[in-house]
Design a protein around this ligand. Structure first.
Ligand code: F6R
Length: 622
């Protein structure tokens, strides 16, 4: 969940590393550090606790650190408190004081992931005379590389491979060896890392935005592979030390998409990018008004015989699965189960033979979702991944990938990836419905038309965002918020509630409107804010009557509905309208005001919208 950047080329490395790390700061942010090599001089390590700007100030934005080869890291503490000592890079020698300064160590490195057996390895290294200065698992792995390097004759491939065989857990490792100037060595298992090349320059990063400004030509390093980086060239090795050949891939993301471009926060920028994310996702797969079924990796016969679909994801990705469940079951009449990946992976998985497992993930690196995918594959079940990040682990391991075209998402709280995932779920549902004959050709085309109309409708909602801002300003001191709805409206409530709590730190809960009476209603008191989402015609009266029940117990009511449902104003204190669309797709519109509410509440409380406390963008540990 931390960020890694490395560079070797002809330019000064430190400013490039700091720039790259600033693009990854959302991944982890309790400390940061860089190690820079100037020719054959030993690496100079500089670390600091706190935000990246502390490190930038300390090094005059990298200008005080000379050298064209270096590695850098932003840390999100797992083993050991956030401190300068525990910050990366770590060194194989006896680091002085706080861990900063010139070091004479053979190995210096940074690491993402968790080394599960580090205590046992540390014991072994202590017996061999190594001394430890930090509480991290990373220091152990760096010292283990040093141990094997010295034991087996100064060969980085061998030393790294031996280390990889001994460690258990996940890692993206980025190392420099004192006796190999001008080289960066990397290795990975179950933790993301990509390598970019440009003219005479080589980059490595844990996430695409860090290097997007410099190159779009990348190599994907596979699990249990090692690579040697020199200026403009990369050599790959397997665990046996044999060289492997790899093809370069091109990343289609635009470098500007990882910049603020005048917005105050990435979250607001990404909220505004939702119309484009939807159009791009549709354009990628809909040709002449139709989807080619092969984009989902299934034949017509296989779709007709599907006995069950299991959708797996975490957080907001899981929430899109809940929406898809309603849409798919209603349109294609296929039973759908939606599972939280962290639960699903530890349960007896009852997956019927003719079933499909759909894993949903923006990053494509979420540890629990990746493991759920692997287990489904082991059971011989066909898998489809709905993923945003090209070349990510989930994208590479699933039988088939459907790429959402949201572009890089920087804010921790997802918005545009959520919207693009919804589109993937709708497309899957209407295509399967057509193949199974549960909707007519005419209905299919009509629904396709509705999908293409969603971006303009979102633009319309965004034009009126100040009204939401005004409402939220009045609610700035709210303590508890309840989101209620039925059907698809309940599914969108789950997302609205998560958006609110994760960035504004206000307690909120989403409830199926009919469930309130079964316990939660006792929490409603004078002034409690209850937001009712009511976009489904057939459920309108039912939800309104649940809203009246809380109103009579003192709740302050906001209603979110589609234009035309004006009767809602008889019940609620404040109404937000969204344009009409096919009722299966209303989540794409009703989620927008809810995202805006979370955003404005966070801003009004003076919080760090894009980097909420305790959270990281990619959850690569379970
Ligand atoms: C919430 C949010 C998270 C992610 C979840 C899954 O705003 O972003 O709940 O949806 O961590 O992440 P991915 O989609 O990368 O698997």
């Amino acid at each position: 969940m931390c960020g890694i950047v490395g560079f070797v080329g002809n330019r000064q490395a430190a400013p490039i590393l700091l720039d790259g790390l600033s693009k990854l700061e959302y991944r982890g942010y309790d400390s940061a550090g860089v190690a820079i090599r100037n020719g054959s001089e030993p690496a100079k390590v500089v670390k600091s606790q706190g935000r990246l700007r502390v490190l930038a100030e300390k090094t005059d934005n990298g200008r005080t650190l000379l050298g064209t080869c270096g590695i850098g890291h932003t840390r999100w503490a797992t083993h050991g408190e956030p401190s300068k000592k525990n910050a990366h890079p770590h060194v194989s020698g006896n680091c002085t004081g706080s861990g900063s300064g010139d070091v004479e160590s053979e190995v210096v490195g940074v690491h993402n992931g968790i080394i599960e057996n580090y205590k046992e390895l540390k014991e072994k290294l202590l017996k061999h005379g190594y001394q430890f200065y930090s509480q991290t698992d990373t220091e152990t792995v760096i010292k283990l590389v040093d141990y094997y390097f010295k034991k087996y004759g100064d060969d980085p491939v061998n030393a790294i491979a031996k280390t990889m065989v001994r460690v258990r857990g996940s890692y993206a490792l980025c190392l420099m060896f004192k006796s190999h100037p001008g080289e960066i060595w990397v290795a990975r298992k179950d933790s993301p890392m990509i390598i970019g090349v440009a003219d005479g320059e080589t980059y490595v990063a844990s996430d695409v935005p860090a290097i997007l400004e410099y190159t779009r030509q990348v190599y994907y390093i596979g699990n249990l592979e090692i690579a040697r980086l020199v200026p403009g060239e990369v050599t790959f090795f397997n665990l046996d030390g044999d060289e492997i050949r790899k093809e370069l891939s091109e990343i289609s993301w635009d470098a500007n998409s990882a910049q603020l471009e005048g917005y105050e926060h990435f979250m607001m920028k990404e909220i505004h990018e939702q119309p484009k994310a939807i159009t791009d996702t549709l354009s990628a797969v809909v040709k002449d008004g139709r989807i080619d079924l092969s984009v989902f990796g299934l034949t017509e016969e296989e779709v007709q015989n599907l006995s069950q679909i299991t959708i797996v994801g975490c957080g907001s990705a899981y929430h899109t699965g809940v929406v898809t469940q309603y849409v798919m079951e209603d349109l294609a009449k296929i039973p759908v189960r939606v599972e939280l990946a962290s639960e699903f992976r530890y349960r007896t998985m009852l997956l019927p033979p003719n079933s499909l497992v759909v894993v949903v993930s923006q990053s494509g690196e979420t540890a629990d979702t990746l493991e759920a995918l692997r287990q489904a594959k082991e059971k011989g079940i066909r898998t489809l991944a709905i993923v945003n990040v090209m070349g990510s682990s989930i994208a590479r391991e699933a039988d088939k990938v459907f790429y959402t075209m949201a572009g890089p998402e920087i804010a921790v709280a997802t918005t545009k990836a959520y919207s693009a995932q919804l589109i993937a779920g709708y497309l899957l549902s209407i295509e399967f419905a057509l193949v199974r004959g549960t909707i007519s050709e005419e209905k299919y085309l009509e629904m396709m038309g509705e999908l293409w109309a969603l971006p303009a409708k979102i633009e319309k909602i965004l034009e009126d965002k100040e009204r939401i801002q005004w409402f939220v300003a009045k609610q700035a001191n709210v303590q508890d918020v309840f989101f209620i709805g039925r059907g698809i409206d309940y599914a969108v409530c789950l997302e609205g509630s998560l958006k609110m709590k994760e960035i504004s730190y206000v307690h909120s809960e989403a409830y199926a409107a009919g469930e309130l009476k079964h316990g939660t209603m006792s929490l409603i008191e004078d002034g409690t804010l209850v937001i009712g989402v009511v976009t489904q015609k057939d459920l309108f009266d039912k939800t309104i009557s649940n809203m009246s029940e809380v109103k009579s117990r003192g709740a302050y009511l906001m209603g979110l509905t589609t234009y035309g449902h004006y009767a809602i104003e008889d019940t609620v204190h404040f109404t937000v309208y969204v344009p009409k669309t096919d009722e299966h797709f209303t989540a794409s519109l009703s989620v927008i005001p809810l995202q805006l509410m979370g955003y404005y509440l966070s801003v009004s409380r003076g919080l760090d919208v894009d980097k909420p406390r305790n959270l990281a963008k990619s959850v690569t540990v379970e």
